[in-house]
Design a protein around this ligand. Sequence first.
Ligand SMILES: *[C@@H]1O[C@H](CO)[C@@H](O)[C@H](O)[C@H]1NC(C)=O
Ligand SMILES: *[C@@H]1O[C@H](CO)[C@@H](O)[C@H](O)[C@H]1NC(C)=O
Ligand SMILES: *[C@@H]1O[C@H](CO)[C@@H](O)[C@H](O)[C@H]1NC(C)=O
Ligand SMILES: *[C@@H]1O[C@H](CO)[C@@H](O)[C@H](O)[C@H]1NC(C)=O
Ligand SMILES: *[C@@H]1O[C@H](CO)[C@@H](O)[C@H](O)[C@H]1NC(C)=O
Ligand SMILES: *[C@@H]1O[C@H](CO)[C@@H](O)[C@H](O)[C@H]1NC(C)=O
Length: 372
Amino acid sequence: MGVSAVTPIFTALLYLGLCLRQCNQIQAGTLPKPFIWADPGTIITMGRPVTIWCQGSLQAESYHLYKEQVSQPLGMWVAWNFRDKARFSIKSMSPNSAGQFQCIYNSSSGWSERSDYLQLVVTGMYSKPSFSAHPSPLVASGGNVSLLCNSKDTMDTFHLLKEGGAGPPQHRESRFSAGRHQAVFPVDSVNISHGGIYRCYGSFRFSSHVWSHPSDHVDLKVTGTFEKPSLSAHPGPSVTLGENVTLQCRSESWCDTFHLFKEGFIVPPQRLHWQNNTGPFQVNFTMSLVNSVHAGTYRCYSSHSTSPYLLSQPSDPLELIVSEAANTTSPSKHKPDFKSASNSQDYTVENLIRMGMTGLVLVVLVVLLYQS
Ligand SMILES: *[C@@H]1O[C@H](CO)[C@@H](O)[C@H](O)[C@H]1NC(C)=O
Ligand SMILES: *[C@@H]1O[C@H](CO)[C@@H](O)[C@H](O)[C@H]1NC(C)=O
Ligand SMILES: *[C@@H]1O[C@H](CO)[C@@H](O)[C@H](O)[C@H]1NC(C)=O
Ligand SMILES: *[C@@H]1O[C@H](CO)[C@@H](O)[C@H](O)[C@H]1NC(C)=O
Ligand SMILES: *[C@@H]1O[C@H](CO)[C@@H](O)[C@H](O)[C@H]1NC(C)=O
Ligand SMILES: *[C@@H]1O[C@H](CO)[C@@H](O)[C@H](O)[C@H]1NC(C)=O
């Protein structure tokens, strides 16, 4: 099974066995139930180590760890002389080590009650599902958003997990729709604590503790926390193909990051490196060699780098109109640029963004760093 009991101080006598009926004979007793937990957590990538801890009492003589799985007999491991807690190590996580665990301990006054269940999950067994936020990963405080997890594989259940150990995973049965197995996780009445990084996983009914690789992440950003910035176009919102235009996002209140959004298209956020806290705070998103894919409605947001998932209210929308010029030199052969600059000094960083709208790949160049 790959579970071993170890101790840094005492020598542990390891009893590893399958005890079909004997385990059930060890009745839970009257001593307070021990506390069971896993370090670094209960959702472990295949091949990585994990330690299950059982904390009982200083009088404990031995600790027993039980594993229960629908298709398998119980496994039991015993650790001796651990005083108030025992450690059971799994050196390399595998589907066999995943499952539901409980522990108990005994002392001269008998047996403890059984601990709560610990659900130990192994991930990385099947190919990753697709994951997206609808209508958008940007959601106004108080609004609703749906997180959609789906796979072409016959997954029975999908699991939603927020990074940073914020709460237990959510589970949903999958449904077959439009050629995919999918589940929707609605998030209603979004508040600031919903902002963060989400991933989903799939699993099969016959082994609910064995999950797929994680999906790509969705960064849910909650808007409406701060005062809205203003967005303006220079020289103006009406540009000719092949020209340059600058979208300037400006905030009166303190902030150090700006985000520019167009439907289905997110420009990487721009960080300002202020040397003092005097406003106004502003950044230029410069598009050179403007192309028809640049046309559309833009909004910008400000945020603080200390809470990157909380954005301001959206700026008023800005409609960028791109018109044909008399002598355009086949602008689609050029890579449209997206640059941003703050105040007087620019540094360039390259960012790639794929954009499906016209099948063109939009290469986005991002520039930023402020120094006085
Ligand atoms: C505690 O359990 C172990 C293993 O079942 C047993 O050998 C030991 O005698 C028990 N101790 C007491 C005090 O009952
Ligand atoms: C959010 O969802 C709840 C329940 O699903 C619904 O009552 C409410 O009207 C929705 N709010 C918005 C802004 O769509
Ligand atoms: C956000 O909403 C959740 C319920 O969806 C609630 O448990 C939590 O306390 C709320 N957080 C804040 C900061 O209001
Ligand atoms: C537009 O931007 C490009 C690249 O940044 C620059 O080489 C070119 O001179 C600019 N054109 C105008 C008209 O400002
Ligand atoms: C931002 O763009 C505006 C308008 O084009 C220009 O006046 C300003 O100097 C630019 N600022 C920076 C830092 O490039
Ligand atoms: C810092 O503030 C002073 C005035 O308070 C201003 O003159 C200076 O330009 C500011 N520097 C930066 C980098 O914003």
